[in-house]
Design a protein around this ligand. Structure first.
Ligand SMILES: CC(C)(COP(=O)(O)OP(=O)(O)OC[C@H]1O[C@@H](n2cnc3c(N)ncnc32)[C@H](O)[C@@H]1OP(=O)(O)O)[C@@H](O)C(=O)NCCC(=O)NCCSC(=O)C[C@@H](O)CCCCCCCCCCCCC(=O)O
Length: 704
């Protein structure tokens, strides 16, 4: 899995051979040991170049090996041998040098890189730290502050940025291996590991802990780099190994590695009709129409423009259109500045006429969530667009099949549900109906990928996957407040679990009126009424009552919390709300009781998870990975918990079932606490590993 050849007379060229990313599997590690030994002992070889096959240097350790028994030679002694070699060793970096790949390059004496190559130590995003010397060699090379930034965030650098930081010695736009060989021929033996500016950035641990939201790997990364600043190299390496040992077998590492593979699994979509990613060819798209330039339409326009597509942005109200144009330019400018790229924007054409989208290949509708308005629009689009134009809706909950039925070509209609802000949030739900053509799904998925989104294909139902599961979660939070919890108690439990914001702070941020509108549309709101049973099931009117008082959250300075002023973000507990809740409970005859964080987590999360099992059972999501990626990328579910379904598998399905049964007995009027039959089936099948759930879901069964 590694080959040695002699080039230019005296250079030993070692190539890693393990497509697609030359991961450091046991066989590759053995290959490096053998080839380095041969190169070092060959008197004809005066210097060595290490490169990767097929334009990729190395994607790091083989993550697939982490789940099983590790065999083969370990990396640390291999890299130490390279570093100690008495012949100069040069890394020729093309494509990617990530994790163990960059650590291999750091153990070499010199590094030459392609300007567009990606370099980084992303181990933290897998719940690990760079444990093949990365936490000790990088700070010694570029200083503690820069190394801490790279190791605790896991971010990737381009070759040009790596040169600026001093990670590499030369950047080339020519053939990297040839440049490295030329470089190797020109150098005397030596080593550029140095001990420079090893001072630590003050306060870094507090900052990292705060932004980690309970993840342990970033904290361990700081501890390892601190060791580089205070200990000799050998002891620093020992500390690195000890810290890695605490992370390696942790549930968080398993969860994060599951997320890595799940993100790739969801791109290989399939639907119950049998259409699949590998048999459906996307249609080429260069020009997209966006209709409706409110918050969502503006974000979608920016995301498309940043992906290099031509956009026709339509807003029929002149004034709104001018405001949108101004806002979009600002968003593009800020993003270009942040990314350090040149401004895009001249490929956006604005219009107040719907006819402007007549020649686009795909339209994304982003008008108000009003079925009558969308029906009318889809009818018009179906007539004025080209016959093969894909018509997509950004609706977050309305019926995609119904919209499709308004058009001449229902097979060309799919949902493209973005999340706000649409140019920032990574998630895209691609919603197919029974009539959606495989090519329409494939095209929307491909467009999402071009915009840098994690696109997940899901079936059509009310709320699709994300918002459908959110309903029971939010409802449980309100029920807990009726029963005696405060919004602070509920939010604290969820934030300590790892959500960036609890239910109530999130509701204040997005606006209480949003949910109120949805409940009104569903006929659930009875103004001024306090009844707690609606449409035959338990209902909490608390949110409606707050809206009736004009408490819409941050935008009005009052919601579940109190704010200094309208628009302020600093949430304070509100004494008014406390007395309001006491009065409400008294009028309802509810006796307030003490609710602890375990009950908050179980009721909110198990209700959400239970709905996830219903969704899997109905085939709305193809597998647990789809649900987990939707929650991690769209709803702030802590990535180090792997997503709701993975979390359930870690807690134990039997335990989740038993607690749902317990709560259902206490609250028989809450249907979403009734355990899903799929959950029961999985438990009676012995609670298999999450990777096996798809088999159980597909097995024929009787629900009798
Ligand atoms: C490289 C990429 C940027 C390429 O992206 P691209 O979009 O081109 O392609 P894909 O992402 O679709 O990938 C294609 C294909 O390849 C698979 N793959 C990618 N990378 C890896 C990998 N590193 N390992 C295995 N497989 C990989 C991917 O799954 C796709 O497969 P598919 O089937 O879907 O086609 C991009 O892929 C990328 O970002 N990759 C990951 C990069 C990364 O995170 N690297 C870091 C890896 S971790 C690491 O390197 C750790 C090191 O620090 C070494 C540490 C040594 C530790 C040894 C263990 C010590 C144990 C101590 C514990 C002791 C316990 C005790 O004492 O008891």
């Amino acid at each position: 899995m590694a080959a040695l050849t002699r080039v230019s007379g005296s250079v030993g060229l070692i190539s890693l051979l393990n497509p697609p990313v030359n991961a450091l599997s046991a066989a590759v590690r053995q290959g490096i040991v053998d080839t380095v030994r041969r190169a070092v002992s060959d008197p004809q070889v005066k210097s060595v170049v290490i490169c990767g096959q097929n334009g990729v240097f190395c994607g790091g350790a083989d993550i697939k090996e982490f789940g099983g028994h590790m065999s083969g030679p370990p990396l640390v002694p291999i890299f130490n041998t390279i570093e100690a070699a008495d012949k100069p060793v040069v890394a020729a970096i093309e494509g990617s040098a990530l994790g163990g790949g960059l650590e291999l390059a750091l153990a070499c004496h010199y590094r030459i890189t392609q300007s567009k190559a990606r370099l980084g130590l992303p181990e933290v995003s897998l719940g690990l730290l760079p444990a093949a010397g990365g936490t000790q060699r990088l700070p010694r090379l570029i200083g503690v502050p820069a190394a801490l930034d790279l190791i605790t965030t896991g971010r990737h650098l381009t070759g040009a940025e790596a040169l600026k930081l001093g990670i590499v010695d030369q950047v080339t736009d020519q053939n990297t291996v040839e440049a490295a060989v030329k470089f190797a021929l020109s150098i005397p033996s030596g080593c550029n590991i140095c001990r420079l500016h090893l001072s630590e950035r003050p306060g870094v641990m507090q900052r990292v802990k705060k932004s980690a939201h309970g993840a342990i790997a970033p904290v361990a990364c700081v501890q390892a780099v601190q060791a580089a600043a205070t200990l000799p190299f050998t002891q620093g390496m020992q500390r690195e190994q000890e810290l890695m040992a605490t992370l390696f077998g942790s549930g968080q590492a398993r969860a994060l590695q599951y997320c890595f593979f799940s993100q790739r699994v969801v791109s290989k979509w399939s639907s119950p009709s049998g259409s699949r990613w590998d048999t459906s060819k996307p249609k080429p798209v260069t020009k997209v129409g966006v209709i409706g330039l409110g918050t969502m339409g503006r974000g979608i326009t920016v995301a498309l423009a940043l992906a290099g597509l031509s956009v026709v942005a339509v807003e029929t109200q002149q004034q709104q259109m001018m405001a949108a144009q101004h806002a979009v330019s600002g968003m593009l400018e800020r993003t270009a500045r942040r990314r350090g790229v040149s401004l895009v924007g001249d490929q956006i054409r604005y219009s107040v006429e719907l006819e402007a989208v007549a020649d686009v290949e795909l339209v994304i509708e982003a008008v108000f969530e009003d079925m009558a308005l969308k029906e009318k629009l889809f009818k018009q689009l179906s007539t004025l667009c080209k016959a093969d134009t894909l018509l997509c809706s950004n609706t977050s909950s309305l019926d995609i099949d119904h919209l499709a039925s308004q058009t001449h070509s229902p097979q060309l209609v799919v949902g493209m549900h973005f999340f706000a802000p649409a140019h920032v949030m990574k998630l895209l739900e691609v919603v197919y109906g029974p009539r959606s053509a495989p090519q329409a799904v494939a095209t929307a998925m491909e467009l999402g990928k071009r915009m840098g989104k994690v696109s997940v294909a899901v079936g059509n139902c009310s709320g699709f996957v994300g918002n459908r599961m959110l309903m029971p979660y939010v409802e449980e939070a309100s029920f807990l407040v009726e029963e005696g919890a405060s919004p602070e108690i509920v939010d604290r439990a969820l934030e300590e679990f790892g959500f960036p914001m609890g239910v109530f702070r999130m509701s204040d941020l997005s606006g209480l009126d949003v949910g109120w509108k949805v409940r009104k549309a569903r006929g659930l709101v009875e103004p001024g009424q306090m009844s707690r049973v609606r449409q035959g099931r338990r209902y909490s009117p608390l949110g409606d009552l707050l809206c009736e008082q004009g408490r819409f959250g941050q935008k009005t300075g009052r919601g579940w919390y109190l704010y200094d002023s309208a628009g302020s973000r600093e949430a304070q507990p509100d004494p008014w709300l406390q007395s309001f809740l006491e009065e409400y409970r008294a009028r309802q005859g509810l006796v307030s009781r003490r609710i602890d964080s375990q009950e908050v987590l179980e009721r909110c999360l198990y209700a959400l998870i239970n709905e996830g099992f219903n969704i899997l059972q109905e085939g709305i999501a193809a597998g647990p990975e789809d649900i987990d990626m939707i929650y991690v990328f769209g709803y702030g579910f802590p990535r180090h918990r792997g997503g709701p379904m993975f979390y359930a598998s870690q807690v134990g399905l039997a335990q989740v079932l038993q607690r749902l049964e317990h709560y259902q007995q206490l609250h028989p009027d809450i249907p979403h606490l009734r355990p899903s039959s799929l959950l029961r089936r999985l438990v009676s099948s012995g609670s298999p590993r999450i990777q096996r759930w798809r088999e159980i879901i597909r097995m024929p069964h009787s629900s009798l």
